[in-house]
Structures are given as C-alpha cells and as structure tokens.
Write a protein that binds this ligand. Structure first.
Ligand code: FMN
Length: 178
C-alpha cells in the first residue's frame, strides 16, 4: 500500500493503491464551480479559494460550503455566522491562486491584503472583481470528518451587468480533494 493512507471502505478483490487512485480520479471528475469565500468575525476578515459550494434548498434559499477544519475561514465562519461567496469571471482564473493561505487583514474597509473588496450586508467581504455574489447567514452546520459544512441562507446577492462566463474548476489545472 506504499504510504497511501487507506480512507473508507475497500471493495473486495481490488488493489488498494489502484482503487485509491481511481476513486480520486472519479471524485475529481465531478463538475464544480470555483469561488472565493469571504468571512469575518471579531474584526478579522479572510478570503479563501473554495470549490465545494452548491445550493442545497429552494425554500429557504440555502447554499452549503464545505471548509477544512484547520482553516482560518472555518473559525471565522463558525464565530461570525456569515459568509459571502464571490463568483468570478473565467478571465480571472489566476486570482484564485492568491487565496490559498490566510490573508493579513489591514483593516481597510475598501481592501483586504491589497485586494479591492466590498462589504456585504452581513459584513462579510466580497471580492471587488466578483461578477456575482451571494451574501449568506449561517442557519446550520455539520461536521463531516476533515471538513465542516456550513449552510447559509441567502441574505443578499448581486451581479454586474455583464455576467459572462463564470469560473469553474475545469478552467484551471488545479485539483482539490479527491
Ligand atoms: C482549487 C482549490 C480549491 C479549493 N477548495 C477548497 C474547498 O472547497 N474547501 C476548503 O476548505 N478548502 C479549499 N481549498 C483550500 C483552501 O483554499 C486553503 O487551504 C485555504 O486558504 C486555507 O484556508 P484559510 O485561508 O482560511 O486558512 C481549495 C484550494 C484550491 C487550490
């Protein structure tokens, strides 16, 4: 099995390493979007690259995001009870590389670590480059192993006039999870 950590059940008669690679590839093949998740609590704000987000209910309008237990964002969403999902243009694919570690918050209301932001009605930061955004209040959460899934009711949203093609995971060479 090399140094691959066995996660979850193993079907009978399979090579564990081969199965692990196959499961990863199949999980990576699931289509998904690519977003920047804004959070705030106790005067600290953060922006984090995230692809595990989806609408999960229509009445009320609820969006779920899944955040690593060790992430600063997890702490901020848990304490602040809000998050904002920034939806980006496909042309801004390079931007998501900037939000894979915690940002220094300089406290400037118009910017966060030199990135232009706006502040949503919940107080969560929205990336200035976003072409659309969902501003959410956490209504529920559940721990799921490595991650915490936060359920947020949409409190406000917006979009720029020319929405165009929005960024998806497949627009990048990056992968996450699997
Ligand atoms: C393409 C890509 C997608 C990611 N998707 C997620 C995600 O859905 N959930 C998550 O918790 N971390 C995700 N990450 C990792 C976080 O961006 C990274 O660990 C994060 O910045 C740590 O969070 P923090 O800044 O709040 O500490 C992703 C990273 C990349 C490069």
């Amino acid at each position: 099995m090399g140094d691959v950590k066995q996660v979850g059940p193993l079907p009978g008669g399979v090579d564990p390493d081969e199965y692990d690679r196959r499961r990863r590839r199949v999980l990576w093949s699931m289509p998904s979007g690519l977003y920047v998740l804004g959070s705030v609590a106790g005067g600290r704000r953060n922006l984090m690259t995230l692809n595990w987000a989806t609408q999960v209910a229509t009445d009320p309008k609820v969006v779920a995001v899944s955040v690593e237990k060790g992430a600063v964002t997890r702490e901020l969403v848990a304490r602040g009870g809000v998050f904002a999902l920034s939806i980006l243009s496909r042309d801004d694919r390079a931007l998501v590389r900037k939000f894979v570690k915690p940002l220094d918050d300089d406290g400037d209301p118009a910017s966060l670590a030199d990135f232009e932001i706006r502040v949503g009605s919940t107080g969560a930061p929205i990336l200035g480059r976003a072409v659309a955004w969902l501003d959410c209040r956490v209504v529920d959460r559940t721990d799921c192993g490595s991650h915490t899934v936060f359920f947020g009711e949409v409190a406000d949203c917006g979009q720029v006039a020319e929405l165009g093609d929005v960024l998806r995971m497949e627009d990048t060479r990056m992968s996450y999870g699997g």
